[in-house]
Each structure stands twice: as C-alpha cells, then as structure tokens.
Design a protein around this ligand. Sequence first.
Ligand SMILES: *Cc1c(COP(=O)(O)O)cnc(C)c1O
Length: 395
Amino acid sequence: MFVPRRLRSDPDERGHFGIFGGRFVPETLMPTLLELESFYAKVRFDVDFWEEAHELLNRYVGRPSLLYFAQNLSAELGAKIYLKREDLNHTGSHKINNVLLQALLAKRMGKKRIIAETGAGQHGVATATIAAFLGLECEIFMGAKDMQRQELNVFRMQLLGAKVHAATSGSQTLKDAMNEAIRDWVSNARDTFYLIGTVAGPHPYPMMVRDFQSIIGYEARQQILHAEGRLPDLVVACVGGGSNAAGLFAHFLDDVSVQRVGIEAGGRGGAGAASIAHGSVGILHGQMSYYLQTDEGQIEEAQCISAGLDYPGIGPEHAYWFSQKLVEYDTISDKEALEAFVWLSQKEGIIPALESSHALAYIYKNRARIQDKIAIICLSGRGDKDVAQVKEHLG
Ligand SMILES: *Cc1c(COP(=O)(O)O)cnc(C)c1O
C-alpha cells in the first residue's frame, strides 16, 4: 500500500529546502499553519489514514493509473516511451490526487469548509468535485477577469455545489484570488481548510502536496520494473507549480542512472511561464522560490498557451532540486507544445492536455539523444478542455 516516503530533500522543521521555501505569512496565520503541520506530521505515515486514502484513490479516482507503452511513438523515435496516464483519473488530471487527500485531512481535522483559489478553474473544479463527494462546504476564489475567460469552469464549480467569489482587486487574476483566499483563511481558520493546488505556499504545503502526488512515482516505479525489469533512463514531466513533476520524481531521485527533466512553458518567447529559466529568487504566496518579476520585485504575469502552466513561480523544492542539479529544467515553446498535442493525438489516439504536451514535445525534440532508451512521460491530463483553443491556433 502507498505511504509517502521521506526524501533526502525533505525540508527542515521550518520548511526550508536549502534557502528556499519557509513560511512567510502574517503572524495571525502562524497558529493555523502550526496546527496543520503537527496534524500532518501525525498522519504522514499513519496506516489508518493511508488505508482510507488508498480505498478512495482506487474506488473514486480510479487508481492505479496505467503506465501505457506508447508503441507508435516508440517505433517512430527508436526508444521505449511509456506514458503515465494521469489523464485517465476521474476529472481527467493528476490534480484530483492531491485534492482528495487534502480534503480527507481537512475532515480528520474536523474542518467543515474548504477554500481554494483557482486561475483557469482546473484546481477549483477538482476541489468542488471532492467537496461534493465528501460533503464539505466549498468556496472558490477566482479573479474576475479569469471568471469571464473561463465561464464554463465557473459553471462547473457551481453545478458541483461550490460558491465562486470574484476577486476584483489588482489585475483580477490568480494572485488577487490568492490574496482573497488567504484573507478568508485568516478570519475563518477555526472551521476552514485552505486547499492549495500545487507544491507551493508556506510550509508544510510544498512537502505535503509532493507527498500526496508521489503516488504517481510510486506506481510508475513498480509498473516499469514489472514491464521492463529495470529502471527508466529518463523521467519527464511538465512544471507549472510543479506538483505532477514532484510526484513523479519523488520515487526516482536517488537513482543515479535516471535522468529527471522538468519542462517549463516558454510561451511565444520572452519569459513565458519559465520561472527557473527566466525568473529570479523572491517571495510570494508564503515561500521563497523563483519568480517572474521586475527588478523592483513586482510579480509579472506568466504568458503561455496552457492555463495550468501559467503560474509566475515554481515550488520551492524544485528551486532546491535545480540548485543541487538533482533535476534538469528545460523550456518548450507554445508552438512545440501544439505540435506535440497533434502528434500524440494522431500517433496514439490520445488527446493530451496542453500542459502535458510540453513534456511530450521535449522527447520529440530530443529524439536523437534518447535512442534505445526507456523514458516515462507524465501525461498529467487529458486534452478535451483544450480542443477549442488548439482549433483557434491551428486555424
Ligand atoms: C494544473 C495542471 C498542471 C500543472 O500543475 P503542476 O502543479 O505543475 O503539476 C499540469 N497538467 C495539468 C493537466 C494540469 O491540470
């Protein structure tokens, strides 16, 4: 049965991964974070918690997800390509793993209400889904501008029984929604759990979300050993905040024979959404990490084709892995991601999320280097949500 594992890169007791991470929050939030930290420390390796989690991950999410041997991609590239099919999970991406487990934790803590912020709406929809399933009250904060752009996801959340609040300050996008969610949390912490959607935020969130998503790597490792009798040469995942990548890499970090590659969105050029390639060290959302920001430290909006990678920062553990050269990071442009979207659709009959298409594009682009190698690509989500957008781009 899956239980998270300690990593050598686990943060210290104040949440630092080297110089990154930490807990940069208003004093009023500290008791709440300490309560969460000590509660999580109790369940992290608790068999009773993981038995319940395991049962729900199987019965509701549909785990374990397939490790699919992509025969046509493999033949074309002259390598063995495996796809970890998180797109087959209930609601169509890896996000549900983390949301289910945090909501289960919230219930055990006696919280009745969960709140979350969302940019494009994908994390909001996953949160509203699990709230409905577990009978929790759910309120989602979303930038007013994002609500207009993502009308259908707003309706999905409402359909699932969640209340969606418009954040009308500032740029009316993700970081404003984040501010409002934190403000709500400060005033309602007694009965409210703040559910973060990626490996970011103040300690213990980055470690906790990585633990929750590490079921991806846990399964993939067993599945590849079963299929090939050996470890892969390469594991690749796209990086927004970095949760699907952290989850996959967590079980391959100690293997010197395995190359780990995280792919940031390069957009149409410029900085795109590539915080490691084009950002600098700063503090946002309670943690120190890499951000796209101006020389004065103003956070800049990320710009790329896929909503799920459109985050101007990256989780602190990735910043640490980058600094220690434990993981390589590379960027893929909008154009390359679009080509990979079509490539997988036509070669394997699988329409990938635009986010995941960035990871696929990397293996296509580097095909000369991966001859005869075994690679696992995290297919973080399905692409149905992206079809209309791709149609516009391809004209
Ligand atoms: C949200 C999302 C991502 C990016 O989030 P990470 O935390 O970096 O994993 C990637 N793929 C899909 C399908 C998503 O919905």
